[in-house]
Design a protein around this ligand. Structure first.
Ligand code: GLA
Ligand code: ZN
Length: 662
């Protein structure tokens, strides 16, 4: 990886154009003109790389890699395991996935192989070794991209057996497993390992410990598959570096765990810009939250592996990025820690699923299109801020986002089967901090809290005892903690905690939960300021927790419920703990409430905002290394505090010295 430049380019599918040398020639010229310096190749090329079992054709790929390299364009080389050729799927049914209802899929689509199948692994190993032997020490190949968007589940017999093995390893005995799953409930005690099967629509779905373990198992299978492929390449290419492309709000894989295996994190970013129900600022914040999550996986710069230069064809409606948004979204990625801006895709395919997906070069093949022009402008801007590459984001606030917790929340029946809005909860905290110009990391329950001033626990339903302890230590030493409702409810097996809750945090918070009342969609309860009950300050929604103050060391209520049988009880409370403090939020409130809360909490925690005073609303400020990015989310110009005008959707980039780069 080169540190001194930002990678610019994207997915390139020359295998679809081998009969058109004129087009391949034009591609290279237009890439150069657009400042492209990197492409991703080979992702879906298996049927061409191995047209018949054991017969390999790599010359065409070598030829393209080298022609590009001669023109200053490096390659991120993908292994083709995401989409296997038809001959393989027909000859070896075991490579095809079995669905939860136990039907085996026909040959179709992609990203639907059985990750356990020894046969599939043998075939993947063979092709990966061919690629590694040929390109493993090729200077044109700067990074290896394992497979594509790993995810989904396989319920085949091989996977069932692997699941049972995984459970044996985790629990040792059936007695321990039955206890962890509280299997006595409805008389579900397992008396033999063979009785255990993955969750199914026509089968088990009510033993929630099983469902949670199945999710853990599936995640671990994907990670195991990644490691398997990486090691196949590494055997012949010891210097190679590896990534795989991750996804938005992704559920199936614990990305913190996968992140440990990657040399560099990368992700595919497809926001729904210009959705009528969202402002550009809201879409930008939603995207920023993901950038920050991907930065957090390793606490290091990541790569924006895919994004559309114009529109995506799989969203409900294919909206074009309006003029300026391609630039705004590209620079936003860099501001949040990306060392690249890459597109899916360079050239639009003529047929099949993605023929209407946006591309830098469309079917008309023209370079005077708006998309191409704007892409070329992005390429040139990235060269002007190349010094951002490799630089870090400040460490200020942390929000807990833990895959085990998310899986457990989703699996439970009650307290709100109408939807818990887990991501919405995260976004309320993230957006307020981000708008206040505070850098946010996402952490999990093995993360160290060292170096943060503020830690947020939003709906940490599955709260580990050791993590609860480190949160308390963090506050005792002077940190600020924010804990929401639906925290500290169950242990790692999804067994309810006995005794007072939020488990492990009652002393920190100076209160205990006594009840949880669910709210229907749209139902709210008025809340007032404790110091002046005439002032309405928020509306509580989703869940209203009722808490009793600790009689010996009570929290101080800041906001009170003002309706229903719990009127007068704390909706928000603050508690001093050691040298620090904790806030308890008993419910979910509207967005402006969090703006107020975090402005105060960040100040108390001693966090310095990167947001210049008097920056207009709707302009986001983000710091990365010595650079400050100011991004105007309005379509119209705004006046910056410096007196300069920032055009609609424009970005200004300053160095700490005051020098303006963009
Ligand atoms: C994903 C895939 C790509 C392509 C794009 C389309 O990110 O990785 O191969 O299908 O979506 O948006
Ligand atoms: Zn399987």
């Amino acid at each position: 990886m080169q540190e001194s430049k930002l990678l610019y380019g994207g997915d390139y599918n020359p295998e679809q154009w081998l009969d058109r040398p004129d087009i391949l020639e034009q591609d290279i010229q237009l890439m150069q003109k657009a400042h492209v310096n990197t492409v991703t190749l080979g992702m879906f090329s298996w049927s061409l790389l191995e047209p018949e079992e054991g017969v390999y054709h790599l010359d065409w790929l070598a030829d393209i890699i080298h022609r590009l390299y001669a023109c200053g364009i490096a390659t991120i080389l993908a292994t083709p395991s995401a989409a296997r050729p038809a001959w393989m799927a027909h000859k070896y049914p075991e490579v095809r996935r079995v669905r939860a209802d136990r039907t085996r899929e026909l040959y179709s689509r992609r990203q639907n192989y059985c990750y356990t199948s020894p046969l599939y692994r043998k075939k993947v190993r063979a092709i990966d070794r061919e690629l590694a032997a040929r390109f493993g020490s090729d200077p044109a190949v700067i990074l290896w991209h394992i497979s594509n968007e790993m995810g989904g589940e396989c319920h085949c017999e091989l996977c069932q057996e692997a699941f049972r093995q995984w459970l044996r390893h985790r629990y040792g005995t059936l007695e321990a497993l039955n206890k962890a799953w509280n299997a006595r409930f409805w008389s579900h005690d397992y008396t033999s390992w063979d009785q255990i099967e993955s969750p199914a629509p026509q089968g088990e779905d009510a033993v929630q410990g099983l469902t949670l373990d199945w999710k853990r198992f599936v995640s671990s299978r994907h990670i195991d598959f990644f490691k398997f492929e990486r090691d196949c390449v590494r055997e012949l290419a010891p210097e190679a570096k590896f990534t795989t492309n991750l996804m938005y709000r992704f559920h199936d894989i614990d990305y913190f765990e996968l992140g440990r295996e990657l040399d560099v994190v990368s992700w595919d970013c497809y926001p729904t810009w210009h959705k009528p129900t969202e402002t550009v600022e809201q879409t930008a914040l939603d995207t920023a939250m993901m950038h920050d999550l991907f930065y957090s996986l390793k606490g290091q710069p990541f790569l924006l592996m895919e994004s559309t230069p114009s529109c995506a064809n799989w969203q409900p409606v294919s909206k074009q990025k309006k003029p300026g948004i391609a630039m705004l979204s590209a620079l936003q990625a860099v501001a949040h820690g990306s060392d690249s801006v890459c597109y899916f895709q360079w050239r639009a395919s003529r047929g099949a699923e993605e023929k209407f997906h946006g591309a830098v070069i469309g079917h008309d093949g023209r370079s005077d299109s708006r998309t191409y022009r704007e892409a070329a402008e992005v390429g040139s801007a990235l060269e002007r801020i190349a010094r951002a590459a490799g630089t870090k984001r400040p460490k200020q606030a942390a929000i807990v986002h833990d895959w085990n917790n998310m899986w457990a929340i989703e699996g439970s029946s009650g307290p709100r089967n109408a939807g818990m809005g887990y991501w919405k909860e995260l976004a309320l905290h993230y957006n307020a901090l981000s708008r206040a110009g505070i850098a946010v990391d996402f952490i999990h329950q093995d993360s160290s809290l060292e170096g943060y001033g503020l830690v947020v626990l939003p709906m940490v339903y599955l709260l580990r005892e050791d993590f609860a302890r480190s949160v308390c230590d963090f506050a005792a030493k002077g940190g600020t903690v924010v804990v929401t409702y639906w925290t500290g409810v169950v242990d790692e097996s999804d067994l309810c905690r006995l005794g007072d809750t939020p488990y492990g945090l009652t002393k920190l918070l100076g209160l205990r939960r006594t009840e949880i009342d669910g709210m229907y969609d749209g139902e709210t309860r008025r809340c007032v300021l404790a110091s002046d009950p005439r002032q309405n300050v928020a509306q509580a929604s989703i869940l209203c927790e009722v808490a009793a103050l600790d009689p010996e060391d009570p929290a101080q209520p800041l906001v009170l419920y003002d309706e229903d049988y719990f009127a007068g009880m704390p909706a928000v409370a603050e508690h001093r703990f050691g040298k620090g403090r904790a806030y308890y939020l008993a419910s979910r409130f509207e967005a402006p409430f969090y703006d107020g809360l975090y402005q105060a909490a960040a100040h108390e925690a001693g966090l310095t905002s990167c947001r210049p005073a008097a920056l207009p609303e709707g302009v986001l400020a983000v710091r990365r290394g010595e650079l400050l990015f100011l991004q105007n989310c309005h379509a119209t110009p705004v006046l910056l505090p410096s007196g300069c005008e920032l055009p609609g959707y424009g970005t200004a980039v300053y160095r700490t010295s005051g020098e303006r780069l963009l």
